[in-house]
Design a protein around this ligand. Structure first.
Ligand SMILES: Cc1cc2nc3c(=O)[nH]c(=O)nc-3n(C[C@H](O)[C@H](O)[C@H](O)COP(=O)(O)OP(=O)(O)OC[C@H]3O[C@@H](n4cnc5c(N)ncnc54)[C@H](O)[C@@H]3O)c2cc1C
Ligand SMILES: *[C@@H]1O[C@H](CO)[C@@H](O)[C@H](O)[C@H]1NC(C)=O
Ligand SMILES: *[C@@H]1O[C@H](CO)[C@@H](O)[C@H](O)[C@H]1NC(C)=O
Ligand SMILES: *[C@@H]1O[C@H](CO)[C@@H](O)[C@H](O)[C@H]1NC(C)=O
Ligand SMILES: *[C@@H]1O[C@H](CO)[C@@H](O)[C@H](O)[C@H]1NC(C)=O
Ligand SMILES: *[C@@H]1O[C@H](CO)[C@@H](O)[C@H](O)[C@H]1NC(C)=O
Ligand SMILES: *[C@@H]1O[C@H](CO)[C@@H](O)[C@H](O)[C@H]1NC(C)=O
Ligand SMILES: *[C@@H]1O[C@H](CO)[C@@H](O)[C@H](O)[C@H]1NC(C)=O
Ligand SMILES: *[C@@H]1O[C@H](CO)[C@@H](O)[C@H](O)[C@H]1NC(C)=O
Ligand SMILES: *[C@@H]1O[C@H](CO)[C@@H](O)[C@H](O)[C@H]1NC(C)=O
Length: 637
């Protein structure tokens, strides 16, 4: 990456101390007219013995006490205090704000003045973005109002947008008010300090893929990590007892980028099946399943070191040796909870061949509804064997009309299998399909590397729309190995699909590989043989109460039936129901008490909030429409 912007350290030399006497925050701008406000960063050496790998260039530009002393000299102590570091994370005097205390919204008197935002932007080196709705040009209440531009936006609008044409009110809804487009650690630190000191809501946003709105928030300052795209490869990396190849990736690296790079280097990296997921952001922090899970475990299991800005604004390297508690919590305890990760180091593996197969079958002239389900049942009985063979399967079962169903395998991903080995693995199931008279035509291809197989095998998915919600369950091995539990599970899934809800599911396992450090990933992952997702949707003109009623029915009744088959299990936080009851048990299991205690230690004032995140029960979003979204004020319960 290039750091040609004002971030260059050279700029600091241009700055001269001034006699500025500004004492009020709102006076900061007038002070800035007479002084040159420094870009708040200093360059440190790249050497990092804790991680045993150098900082990325973006990580060598940091906010330090020395930099803040210069900021204070320029702005005066009161204005500069907005950018100070927090107290030590262990300070016993710190605790959650009093009940009823809220984060600010833009119309509040205490909201930072435009001049303060301007000073902040100058300290950032111009990386601040004020959020403007995509369709602002269609709304007379926005300065961007412009019919020509509105027509262009409308033409490209593919999602339901009932208000777009009518010119009615257009608001930011749950989106952050401002975002920092970060390209250095110093900018992350400055944003964290500013949000904490000014009483703003703070959110980390990477790709914005989160299903449950964890990367949004009304009135928030967003820290946008998407452009942290640096990548490094270490063929002989050593840390603790690990010795082998590893990659260091910036928080903005996406699955397609790490896979492409790893392939070029002749190795295999663990990322998601989804092509655009932010690997080192919410994906790894929430656990992360992948086409390699059945063989190598979760993505969080691969992590050896992380670079993180904590809630007090300090930048730390986290490894098993340097901070075993945080190292444990960050790997699987959830994104946007303990700090903002700027990069991480993960194990990578040798090149691997993969056989990929896609096929489908349906009800039809010779396939009755019961016969169809017998074919699906025969498949589900093979879950233990297939996952134990190291494979990962992504399949759909859908109702396609009255008494009509489709099964779609898209794809079956047989890691380290030749076509002959894949055929042998499938033979017992295919024999049953043959016997049932079900036709299927596998399209099976062998690839000598993971990247080509993944690229050909997985669809580019779209998930987020405003007219649907998802829910999921990590069904444990016992549900497939115990005959009575299997019958109950199968009956529940058949009932769900028969009622019109699609089943999108993964047959996988995600055991912690032997000798790997334990982490905070949901213990339900270690038992699972199926991560199953379903969804419900409504029309764009549905009323708010009708939507809420439908959501509650989905959560309580539809997913309730899944839960009853495995009450002790859980669900994957990153592809889940935002209304999941007892989310602490479902998303974190027995890890919750330890995660909660660590949250109080590392973020005692609750700076980082994410819906369904650890300790989120201490906060409440005052939703403007009664729906579980992020468009309202965030207050302490
Ligand atoms: C199309 C699609 C495909 C998917 N495929 C898979 C898959 O194959 N396997 C799988 O396990 N999951 C998959 N997911 C789910 C995915 O893992 C989650 O949505 C995940 O949270 C995305 O992380 P992100 O950083 O890209 O998204 P964001 O929405 O930007 O962030 C998600 C959460 O992480 C936090 N966060 C983001 N960046 C940072 C950071 N640098 N430091 C600290 N916190 C941060 C955010 O605050 C938020 O809480 C998929 C999702 C989609 C939409
Ligand atoms: C913080 O406090 C915890 C628990 O009281 C303790 O285990 C830990 O060592 C302390 N950390 C630091 C950096 O002082
Ligand atoms: C309106 O938008 C169009 C298309 O983006 C642009 O060309 C034009 O200059 C805009 N008009 C005004 C007055 O800003
Ligand atoms: C964000 O910053 C990157 C440089 O890191 C730049 O390329 C990009 O254009 C910026 N995006 C926006 C929307 O400002
Ligand atoms: C259904 O079965 C009959 C008799 O075996 C056969 O002739 C016909 O081709 C089958 N139809 C389909 C769609 O498979
Ligand atoms: C792949 O399979 C072969 C046997 O077919 C085995 O020797 C090898 O260890 C496997 N590789 C991995 C990475 O699992
Ligand atoms: C089979 O799969 C390959 C690889 O994805 C694809 O190129 C080909 O078009 C498929 N063939 C059929 C008949 O669908
Ligand atoms: C499970 O269902 C099958 C098929 O309906 C039935 O034959 C079997 O007895 C059931 N097993 C148990 C333990 O309920
Ligand atoms: C390596 O270190 C981890 C973490 O300390 C430990 O859990 C694991 O048992 C060690 N593995 C070996 C093979 O020593
Ligand atoms: C929504 O619109 C559809 C037609 O697009 C109509 O059939 C339906 O009755 C409307 N529903 C409500 C709640 O207005």
């Amino acid at each position: 990456m290039t750091l040609s912007t004002p971030l260059a350290v050279a700029l600091l030399a241009l700055w001269t101390a001034s006699p500025a006497t500004a004492t009020a925050v709102s006076a900061a701008a007038s002070a800035s007219a007479s002084v040159t406000i420094p870009v708040a960063a200093t360059a440190v050496a790249a050497t990092n013995p804790i991680a045993n790998a150098p900082f990325f260039p973006s990580e060598t530009l940091q906010l330090t006490d020395g930099v803040l002393a210069r900021v204070q000299a320029a702005l005066g102590s009161e204005a500069a205090a907005l950018f100070d570091f927090g107290s030590s994370t262990n300070a016993s005097s710190l605790s959650l704000p009093r009940p009823g205390t809220c984060k600010l919204l833009p119309d509040d008197a205490a909201w930072p003045a435009p001049s303060t935002w301007s000073v902040f932007d100058q300290l950032l080196g111009g990386a601040l973005i004020k959020t403007v709705p995509l369709a602002a040009s269609c709304s007379p209440s926005w300065p961007q109002y412009n019919q020509t531009a509105c027509d262009a936006v409308s033409d490209e609008w593919t999602l339901p947008a009932p208000d777009l044409a009518s010119g009615s009110s257009c608001t930011l809804g749950g989106y952050s008010s401002y975002a920092v487009n970060v390209s250095t650690v110093a900018q992350v630190q400055l944003a964290v300090n500013f949000a904490r000191n000014a009483g703003l809501r703070l959110v980390a946003k990477n790709t914005g893929h989160d299903f449950n709105g964890k990367s949004t928030g009304a009135g928030a300052l967003g820290v946008w990590t998407h452009h942290l795209k640096e990548l490094a490869y270490y063929e002989h990396y050593r840390l603790g007892n690990y010795s082998g190849p590893a990659v260091k990736m910036g928080a903005g690296i996406q699955a397609f980028e790490i896979y492409e790079k790893a392939n070029a280097l002749g190795v295999t990296a663990v990322g998601g099946e989804g092509k655009t997921v932010g690997v080192a952001g919410g994906y790894v922090l929430g656990g992360g399943h992948s086409p390699l899970s059945s063989r190598y475990g979760l993505a969080a299991d691969q992590v050896l070191a992380l670079e993180v800005v904590l809630a007090d604004g300090r930048f730390v390297t986290v490894t098993e040796q340097s901070d075993p508690d945080l190292f444990w919590a960050l790997r699987g305890g959830g994104g946007g909870t303990y700090g903002i990760v700027t990069s991480l180091i993960s194990r990578v593996y040798p090149k691997l061949p993969v056989t990929v197969s896609t096929f489908s079958f349906t009800t039809g002239a010779n396939v009755s509804v019961d016969t169809f389900w017998a074919g699906v049942r025969a498949y589900m009985q093979r879950f233990p064997v297939n996952a134990d063979a190291g494979t990962y399967a992504y399949f759909w079962v859908m109702s396609t009309g009255p008494d009509a169903f489709e099964f779609l395998m898209n794809p079956f991903f047989a890691v380290n299998h030749t076509v002959a080995e894949f055929d042998a693995l499938m033979r017992p199931w295919f024999a049953e399909l043959d016997q049932l008279g079900i036709g299927y035509q596998p399209n099976t291809t062998y690839y000598d590397n993971f990247y080509a197989a993944w690229d050909a095998g997985f669809p580019l998915e779209t998930v987020g729309t405003v007219t649907m919600m998802t829910g999921s369950r990590l069904f444990p091995r016992a549900n497939f190995e115990d005959a009575a539990r299997f019958n109950q599970t199968f009956a529940a899934l058949r009932a769900t699909v028969s009622a019109g809800y699609p089943l999108l599911a993964f047959n996988l396992k995600a055991d912690l590989p032997t000798g790997y450090a334990d982490n905070a990933a949901n213990p339900a992952f270690r038992q699972t043989l199926m991560h199953a997702i379903t969804s419900t949707s409504w029309t764009s003109n549905a009323s708010r109460p009708a939507i809420r009623q439908q959501m509650d029915h989905f959560t309580d009744v539809v997913l309730g039936e899944w839960r009853r088959t495995c009450p002790e299990a859980g669900a994957y936080m990153s592809e889940a129901d935002v209304l999941e009851p007892h989310f602490q048990q479902a998303f974190y299991g027995s890890n919750y008490p330890r995660l909660y205690a660590l949250k109080q230690r590392y973020d005692p004032t609750g700076l980082f909030f994410a819906p369904t995140g650890v300790s989120s029960e201490n906060w409440h979003v005052q939703s403007l429409d009664g729906l579980p979204d992020q468009n309202g004020r965030l207050c302490r319960v």
